[in-house]
Design a binder for this molecule. Structure first.
Ligand code: ADP
Ligand code: MG
Length: 867
């Protein structure tokens, strides 16, 4: 038979094979359960179908000064409180079941704090079946018609599966039937109300592309890992009510393909969803009982439900499972309900339970560490050892992370405020897990038989039955049609009616004919065999052709995959570059704007600079103008002052000359007196007396130089008391000296400052002037003058005489005698020096309207003012 031509290639490729290096990140989903009570504080908000946002609860905010912010976490998908179990299944578990049926492994676990809905998600509740019952249902819906008979597949206790021959399988089946008096009809079975309605038939799901040329069998195992011990929940232990045996823990082993498995773990073959779920429920009950008996906390244990699917190709006839262990394919889906992820402090565990809790915590810690190391290895290209062996949970699933199957995780969260801090930790773990990539499981090559064997066989059988029925069926004693036709092609039998016992004609003739027929038959058989062999070889050839073509297609697929990956990479690169270019464009935009602003600034600054420069220019020219003007003024002033100085110098010179002349005169007079005294008492004569008697009116003359000898005012005093009117000028600065001798002038007009009006009314002027004499005493001079009318309509005063009043301390006076006081009476003495003074006859002219009076500047000698 063709069976000999089956491929000897092992179906299960050697470990560490991955021929493709495509990787997928661990699929992490998030499910938010509804709050227990509606008025509870909620700290989670679903903000999109991939993102949730955590808000710190009010109490916590107050505790930490409100420094808490909202944090967002993204997942492959987020399922809000309204998500139905079915929706979750469709997204999360359905692809894993499809993979299972297509010979790929899968691992699905629920992670979260106790009470967050892990068990609800995995197992569900009556009417709300979770991922587990739904997965089972989908498997049986898909492989239902193609299931092998019970015990055809048999676990080999080394994590493998072998195919029993039909007889052994039949014997096993009979044994089972006799042992368990199970009612044959499922309808008669009582369904446990605890898990009734877990699966509703209207929500049935089915995988596509089930290989119909294979035969399938489902095996389930259910284990619990508590305190880092593995317990088999399906183990049948004879119940001893007197001395209940404590459960025995199991160990982990590695099979020949380096996959981990629980050694000696019960694997129950199940043929329907109900049966499978019943087995699960049995384990669940056992778990509960054990927890109660041993006072354990169920939230502290991990439960692992393993669904194994064995499949093997049908033989070439499409009748039976191929009796070849190498052709058996086993894939498994592990559904793990992990222990609560909260820290020990939350459960008020004590003593040994605290230790246990620590251990359970330890296994989740190890899971976290493994994920961290995996992520680090992948991100940094390092090759750090992943500590899978540190706990049973991670050790059992290490192959998954090494690329033996898809890994998915449902992170369950309860939005209540109490869980906030633990939920934060869960979120961080989940985020990290998403970054781990797991090698994509490869497609396994299929057995080298022509496809559609089951159908072909079925069709053939149907056709045969049909034809048999057409002819009334073989049961009527008639030969079937094919046989008839064949028989017709044989030489007809001679009449075989034997005439008598000695009929030696008929019998030999019959024998001859039969022998002839026999020969023909032999020939036909030979012919048939020949043709059959030929056909077989042709078929084999075609089979191998097909196989090579398949291989070729496989190869091409691989290449296509690579190309796809390349394409994907390039797309990613393009995406990255696009993002970068957008970023750069944005930056350019910003820079452009900044440049514009700067240019604007520059322009305005330039304008300001220009205006300032203009102002400066203006100021400079202004300054120049000012300078020239000032220079002009300075030159003018200089000139003026030079002239003034010259004038004053001249005046001084004149004055000095005058004084010199006066001294000369005195000297002459002295000489004359001396000479007279010597001769007969001659009267002293003054040569220019006549000229003095008539003082010239010099109102307009700038020069005070006297033209003749000075006036002798002593003679005037005699007629001074006539009808003349005086201006008595006493400056307010004068000091009252309390003197006895005071000028007494009748009808005088008394003024403090001379004015034109007073001058015009009078013809005499008297100025009382005080000064300090050389001996330190104050002396008062009475300066007298005559008032003239000027041609310009003003008044001018010509000083004519000075009288001096002087007080003396009698003591000091005795000692200090002036050399000139030689005369016997004061008159001579007075006249002596007054005479000199009076020679400075000075004319002061006052202009009409001028407020400068002659007394304006009184010094030791009269001063002439320039008009
Ligand atoms: P865990 O296994 O994480 O400790 P459970 O699955 O036992 O939590 O959930 C605790 C309770 O909350 C159960 O009564 C469960 O029915 C309920 N629950 C959890 N998730 C949901 C959900 N998504 N919708 C409705 N009820 C839920
Ligand atoms: Mg639970």
């Amino acid at each position: 038979m063709i069976r000999q031509a089956k491929g000897k290639t092992p179906r299960r490729p050697p470990p560490k094979k991955p021929s493709n290096n495509q990787k997928d990140p661990v699929g992490v989903y998030c499910r938010v359960r509804p709050l227990g009570a509606e008025d509870e504080e909620c700290c989670i908000e679903v903000i999109s179908n991939t993102t949730i946002q955590l808000h710190a609860p009010d109490g916590l905010k107050a505790n930490r000064n409100g420094e808490f912010k909202e944090t967002q976490y993204s997942f492959k998908k987020v399922f809000g409180i309204k998500t139905t179990q079915r929706e979750l299944f469709e997204d999360v578990a359905k692809p894993l079941v499809e993979d299972l049926i297509h010979c790929k492994n899968g691992l699905l676990f629920t992670y979260g704090v106790t009470g967050s809905g892990k068990t609800y998600t995995m197992t569900g509740s009556p009417g709300q079946g979770g991922l587990l019952p739904r997965s089972l249902d989908m498997i049986f819906n898909s492989i239902g018609p193609y299931q092998a008979k019970r015990y055809v597949f048999k676990p080999d206790d080394k994590n493998g599966m072998e195919v029993q021959n039909q007889v052994d399988a039949l014997l096993d089946r009979q044994k089972r039937d006799s042992q368990t008096a199970v009612p044959k009809t499922p309808t008669a079975r009582r369904v446990d109300p605890e898990f009734a309605d877990m699966i509703s038939p209207e929500e049935a799901c089915k995988a596509d592309g089930v290989d119909e040329d294979s035969s399938y069998s489902v095996f389930v195992s259910y284990i619990e890992i508590y305190n880092n011990y593995i317990y088999d929940l399906l183990e049948e232990t004879p119940f001893d009510p007197i001395k209940p045996k404590p459960p025995q823990s199991k160990i982990l082993r590695e099979d020949q393909n380096h996959n981990m498995y629980v050694a000696g773990c019960t694997e129950v073959e199940v043929k329907s969803t109900e049966e499978a779920f019943e087995v699960f429920w049995r384990g669940q009950k056992k778990r509960r009982i054990a927890n109660t008996q041993l006072n354990r906390e169920s939230s502290r244990s991990h439960s692992v439900f393993i669904i194994k699917l064995a499949q093997a190709p049908l033989d070439a006839d499409g009748d039976n499972v191929l009796q070849d262990k190498n052709q058996v394919n086993v894939s498994q889906l592990c559904l793990v309900d992990l222990a609560g992820s909260e820290r020990t402090s939350r459960t008020r565990a004590e003593g040994s339970r605290l230790r246990e809790a620590g251990n359970i915590n330890q296994s989740l810690m190890t899971l976290r560490t493994c994920i961290e190391v995996l992520r680090e290895n992948q991100m940094c290209g390092t090759n750090k050892m992943v500590p899978y062996r540190d706990s049973k949970v991670t050790h059992l699933f290490k192959n998954y992370f090494d690329g033996e199957g898809k890994v998915r995780m449902v992170v369950c969260v309860n939005p209540k405020a109490d869980d906030y801090e633990e939920t934060l930790l869960v979120m961080r773990f989940a985020e990290m897990t998403q970054e781990v990539e797991v090698a994509r499981p490869v497609d396994r090559p299929i057995c080298g038989f022509a496809a559609g064997r089951r159908q072909r066989n079925q069709a053939f059988k149907e056709e045969l039955t049909r034809r048999l029925e057409e002819r009334g069926g073989p049961l009527d004693g008639e030969s079937p049609t094919v046989l008839n036709q064949l028989l017709q092609s044989f030489p007809s039998l001679p009449p075989c009616e034997i005439s008598g016992p000695n009929d030696d004609v008929t019998l030999p003739r019959l024998i001859e004919a039969l022998e002839k027929r026999h020969k023909i038959r032999q020939m036909m058989i030979e012919e048939y065999n020949k043709t059959a062999n030929m056909l077989k070889s042709v078929l084999q050839e075609q089979d191998s052709n097909l196989l090579s073509k398949d291989n070729f297609i496989q190869e091409q697929r691989g290449k296509l995959g690579e190309k796809d990956k390349m394409l994907q990479n390039q797309k990613n690169e393009i995406d990255r570059l696009e993002k970068k270019s957008k970023m750069l464009e944005y930056k350019i935009d910003i820079l452009q704007k900044t440049t514009n602003i700067y240019e604007e600034d520059k322009r305005s600054l330039q304008q300001e600079l220009e205006s300032r420069e203009q102002r400066l220019q203006r100021e400079v020219s202004e300054k120049r103008r000012m300078e020239t003007r000032m220079q002009g003024i300075v030159t003018d002033a200089k000139l003026k002052w030079e002239k003034e100085c010259e004038r004053r110098v001249n005046a001084k010179q004149l004055e000095m000359q005058n004084k010199l002349w006066v001294k000369d005169e005195k000297l002459k007079q002295l000489k004359a007196i001396v000479t007279e005294g010597k001769s007969e008492n001659r009267q002293p004569q003054r040569p220019s007396r006549e000229k003095d008697k008539v003082p010239a009116k010099r109102s307009a003359s700038p020069s005070p130089v006297p033209t003749g000898p000075p006036v002798r005012p002593l003679h005037r005093r005699s007629h001074s008391a006539g009808g003349e009117r005086w201006v008595d000028h006493k400056p307010t600065t004068n000091v009252d000296l309390d003197t006895v001798l005071q000028p007494n002038i009748p009808k005088a007009i008394k003024v403090n400052a001379p004015n034109e009006k007073a001058l015009s009314k009078c013809d005499k002027y008297l100025l009382t002037h005080q000064e300090v004499a050389s001996d330190g005493e104050i002396q008062t001079k009475l300066i007298k003058g005559e008032v003239f009318k000027t041609r310009g309509g003003g008044q001018s005063v010509q000083f004519t005489d000075i009288e001096t009043l002087k007080q003396e301390n009698p003591v000091a006076a005795g000692r200090k005698r002036r050399s000139s006081e030689t005369g016997p009476d004061g008159e001579t003495m007075e006249g002596d020096w007054t005479d000199v003074e009076t020679r400075c006859s000075v004319a002061v002219e006052m202009r009409a309207g001028s407020n400068l009076g002659p007394g304006y500047q009184h010094h030791g000698y009269p001063k002439r003012r320039k008009p």
